[in-house]
Design a protein around this ligand. Structure first.
Ligand SMILES: NC(=O)c1ccc[n+]([C@@H]2O[C@H](COP(=O)([O-])OP(=O)(O)OC[C@H]3O[C@@H](n4cnc5c(N)ncnc54)[C@H](O)[C@@H]3O)[C@@H](O)[C@H]2O)c1
Length: 427
């Protein structure tokens, strides 16, 4: 099976003025910093992090200006800001950057409350700048090929789809990436990190979620007695989509298997990622009586990249880390909104937030607002519902279906020792 090329985008020409980029957060943010190169018409000019030691180390590596203060960083001469700070603190920083006339690319999640989602949509509209949600999973070779197949009519209309992102991890590794009792990884409700499972399905099928039901999955703490995580390990989310289809999104950190996987069931066939490598292998299936001339009955293959194979092959997350910078730069240059625009980003955050509401009511359905419509979204402009510790209050929800379960003192002592060894100064 040969895959058709559908390349429409180009890399920046040599004479194009580079887009000057600043990156916030030098953990995950270093993927964006390293990929902000002349190859995509970008130039890294500044980085910002509140963790001084890590910032200076990264500053030396990249040879660019460093800032611990976000407001000072925003005053640096630059065109675009990439936000890779804490998961639940992106929207306020994105709104500030848009107001300062910068293009913004923001890591997942786009916002932590529905109120922030409304404010972010308004800020992006008012600014006239590019806002891109930095989901990298839609851009693996397999996901891009599934989108091509779907739009070529290979399986008809999607009726059901499954997205799975499950990333278990050994206890000390988990502690090391969650420094601090209030670090977001210790608190994040299990539905909030849904975009790795959901974004590729939305991208493949061009659908948006309109309602959500979810159930939370707990594990016995014997798997991981020293955990400082106060939230649950995984969830199953059912989303009704705007074409009537049902999507099932599940996983997170369940101890069973590390896996990323997508399936699309159309009304005349099935396309999916497949073994041995769900980043790069695709399967097509047609039942015999529905098969049209030239279509396979059952076929698995490794598709080509649609374009720029050499650059994509060098990037992390199945090539996805190259494509996010590439699409961000192309959107800035062309003035066309990126596929993962502010509305899709906020819709995915809303699946996480309202999915958590649903878990706390054992699967009750919650409608997802249409964030493109001011009359519909303004109803949520004051909805500050949040399970994160800094928002604690009488009407706020717990981060687990077990309520608020504090780690034992000896677990805290073990974690703090490890965090101190890695240079973390806080609690
Ligand atoms: N797409 C992916 O594949 C992927 C992978 C890993 C992480 N992420 C995302 O990247 C983001 C960052 O995660 P991480 O793994 O780097 O861990 P992290 O969240 O612990 O690190 C964030 C960094 O930002 C810094 N920071 C926090 N607040 C800041 C502020 N106000 N100003 C400046 N710096 C600030 C912290 O000091 C830290 O160095 C999260 O949103 C996460 O969801 C995405």
């Amino acid at each position: 099976m040969t895959t058709k090329k559908t390349a429409k985008t180009t890399l920046a020409g040599k004479r194009t003025k580079p887009i000057r980029v600043g990156v916030v957060g030098v953990g995950r943010g270093q993927s964006f910093a390293s990929a902000a190169t002349a190859l995509v018409g970008m130039k890294l000019v500044a980085i910002c992090d509140t963790w001084k030691e890590k910032l200076h180390e990264a500053g030396k590596r990249y040879g660019v200006a460093t800032y611990t203060d976000y407001d000072k960083f925003l005053e640096h001469e630059m065109d675009a800001v990439v936000l890779a700070n804490y998961f639940h603190e992106h929207a306020p920083l994105a709104i500030k950057a848009l107001a300062a006339g910068k293009h913004v690319m923001s890591e997942t999640a786009a916002c932590k409350t529905l109120a922030e989602g409304v404010a972010l949509c308004r800020a992006a509209e008012k600014s006239g700048k590019t806002y891109m949600f930095a989901e990298n999973y839609p851009y693996s070779a397999a996901s891009q090929e599934l989108r091509r197949l779907y739009h070529a009519g290979e399986v008809g209309d999607v009726r059901y789809a499954e997205g799975e992102y499950n990333h278990p991890g050994e206890e000390n590794w988990r502690l090391s990436i969650s420094p601090g009792l209030k670090h977001w990884r210790n608190w994040i409700p299990c539905t909030y990190y849904c975009s790795h499972a959901l974004a590729p399905l939305m991208y493949i099928t061009d659908t948006l979620p309109t309602s959500v039901n979810a159930l939370s999955i707990t594990e016995k703490r014997t798997q991981s007695p020293n955990t400082t995580k106060v939230s649950d390990m995984g969830s199953v989310i059912l989303a009704r989509m705007d074409n009537g289809a049902v999507f099932r999104i599940w996983g997170l950190m369940l101890s069973s298997i590390h896996r990323v996987r997508y399936e699309v069931h159309g009304d005349r066939g099935y396309i999916a990622t497949a073994e041995p490598n769900h980043w790069g292998t695709v399967r097509i299936h047609h039942e015999e009586w529905l098969r049209q001339s030239g279509e396979p009955n059952d076929l698995s293959y490794r598709p080509d990249w649609p374009e720029h194979a050499e650059l994509a092959n060098r990037a992390g997350h199945g090539g996805g880390d190259f494509w996010v910078n590439f699409h961000f730069a192309n959107s800035i240059r062309s003035g066309e909104p990126p596929y993962l625009d502010v509305y899709r980003g906020v819709a995915m955050a809303a699946v996480g937030i309202l999915g958590w509401r649903s878990c706390l009511e054992e699967g009750k359905a919650f409608p997802i607002p249409d964030f493109r419509n001011e009359a519909k979204r303004k109803i949520f402009a004051d909805d500050q519902w949040s399970p994160f510790p800094e928002d604690a209050g009488p009407s706020q929800p717990p981060p687990s279906i077990r309520g608020l379960v504090a780690p034992a003192p000896k677990v805290i002592a073990h974690a703090q020792k490890l965090w101190q060894q890695q240079g973390y100064q806080g609690q």
